[in-house]
Design a protein around this ligand. Structure first.
Ligand SMILES: *Cc1c(COP(=O)(O)O)cnc(C)c1O
Length: 361
């Protein structure tokens, strides 16, 4: 077996320890004589998986009983609609901070449901940055403020979250959830497609203040009503069981690493290795994001020509560094260095970048 360093943006690398445990347990889950894929979601074994995944995520984020964690289907993209359906009440506007293609998509879904307002947009500059807190203001006709915490395609990330006061703050943290400690209690609701940083495709993690989900419109389609999922502990219908099981294992893995403080330190060191090469040769490695807005999860850059970019990706792949091609919408190169990328992966990438520069400058 040979495992490569996988810099894919998502679905993305998972901790090897987690994959091995999954492999070991696959045919006989903890003495039940069957796999977790084959058992009822109402069984005690699965209920334990579901409950522990919720508890571990809350523990990692330092949240108490006033918050719940839900495991839903439909990907990050269905959350764009669910947020608006549940919280965009008549007479109010959904406030959107547009820092990426994904924020724009979130707003477009809300526009099908109600009124929206753009609080900030870096679209004209190809989404090269996130706003500073003082660039944002909040009128009292806002139902909520929606931000995209980490902009997966462009490689920018909020390090300081907006202070929205009385206005509920909602965040799409699909690509940086559980990568560092945050003050999660600032948020009315956080959602994250698991496949970037904490699990496989097919499950979305929603972390929400219970009081914010309560008392919602009973006329909403049942499956699109957060309150239904909260009241049923994510077991209203058959949940994406395999995904939840893996997310639960990743949460335990994060705890075993020492929690989010340790992950933050490791992620900062990893990102620095790659950004340092970019900064050493800025005419060659053209960083996409403003320095102040750089993401610790997705490092985006271009090279002087498209031919060099293609060559870079091909040569990198040949030495076991895969998934470095940028998103089709922005081109260039992107190294996604999520939690499960070991530091050795970033060291090898940085070394390759330096050599590529010397050979092609
Ligand atoms: C990938 C991604 C999405 C979309 O998630 P899907 O699960 O593919 O629907 C939304 N927001 C962000 C920030 C993402 O990175």
């Amino acid at each position: 077996m040979s495992r490569i360093f996988n810099f894919s943006a998502g679905p993305a690398v998972l901790p090897l320890e987690v994959l091995k445990e999954v492999q070991e347990e696959l045919l006989d889950y903890q003495g039940t004589g069957m796999s977790i894929l084959e058992m009822s979601h109402r069984s005690p074994s699965y209920e334990k998986v579901n409950a522990e995944a919720e508890e571990d995520i809350k523990e990692l984020l330092g949240l108490g009983d006033d918050y719940c964690v839900l495991f839903l289907g439909g990907g990050g993209s269905l959350q764009f609609s669910m947020v608006a359906l549940n919280f965009l009440t008549p007479g109010k506007k959904g406030g959107y901070v547009i820092t990426s293609t994904f924020s724009d998509k979130a707003m477009k879904e809300a526009q099908k449901i109600g009124e929206t307002s753009i609080l900030f947009s870096s679209k004209e500059n190809k989404y090269n940055r996130v706003p500073r807190p003082e660039e944002l203001s909040y009128s009292n006709d806002l139902a909520y403020v929606h931000i995209t915490g980490n902009n997966t395609i462009e490689g920018t990330e909020f390090m300081d979250y907006p202070e929205t006061g009385e206005v509920p703050l909602i965040a799409d943290l699909s690509s940086d959830i559980l990568s560092r400690p945050i003050d999660a209690s600032k948020f009315a609701l956080i959602y994250a497609g698991a496949q970037k940083n904490i699990g496989p495709g097919g499950v979305v993690v929603v972390i929400a203040r219970k009081s914010y989900l309560a008392g919602r419109d009973k006329a909403l389609p049942t499956m699109l009503n957060y309150e239904v999922h909260m009241e049923n502990n994510s077991l209203y219908n058959t949940p994406p069981v395999f995904g939840v099981y893996i997310v639960g294992k990743v949460a335990k893995w994060l705890k075993a690493q020492g929690g989010l403080e340790v992950m933050a330190k490791r992620n900062e060191e990893k990102a620095k290795l790659v950004y340092d090469v970019i900064d050493a040769h800025p005419d060659f490695f053209r960083g996409y994001a403003d320095k102040d807005s750089r993401s610790l999860m997705n490092v985006t850059f271009g090279l002087p020509t498209k031919e060099l970019e293609a060559k870079f990706a091909t040569e990198a792949k040949a030495i076991g560094l895969d998934g470095l091609k940028g998103h089709r919408s922005v081109g260039g190169l992107r190294a996604s260095i999520y939690n499960a990328i070991p530091k050795a992966g970033c060291e090898k990438l940085a070394k390759f970048m330096e050599e590529f520069y010397q050979n092609n400058k």
